[in-house]
Design a protein around this ligand. Structure first.
Ligand code: ZN
Length: 66
């Protein structure tokens, strides 16, 4: 059997081409939260406890548990 091409994964809206293990683990270690004011999606690291997040769009600062 002859298989050609590379796998592409779509993780949280981000495409990873090929099997880039480090990149995939990075993406899986993050979570997506919505800004409490404007609803824009923010990427935060997971497993860091409660952190202060500043929204890049509206500047809102709020606490998020990771
Ligand atoms: Zn915002």
């Amino acid at each position: 059997m002859n298989i050609q091409g590379v796998p592409a994964l779509l993780i949280d809206g981000e495409t990873v081409i090929g099997f880039d293990r480090r990149r995939i683990e990075e993406l899986l270690a993050q979570s997506i939260i919505g800004c409490s004011r404007c609803g824009s999606k923010l990427r935060i690291p997971s497993g860091k406890g409660t952190i202060m997040v500043t929204c890049p769009r509206c500047g809102e600062r709020f606490r998020a548990s990771t």
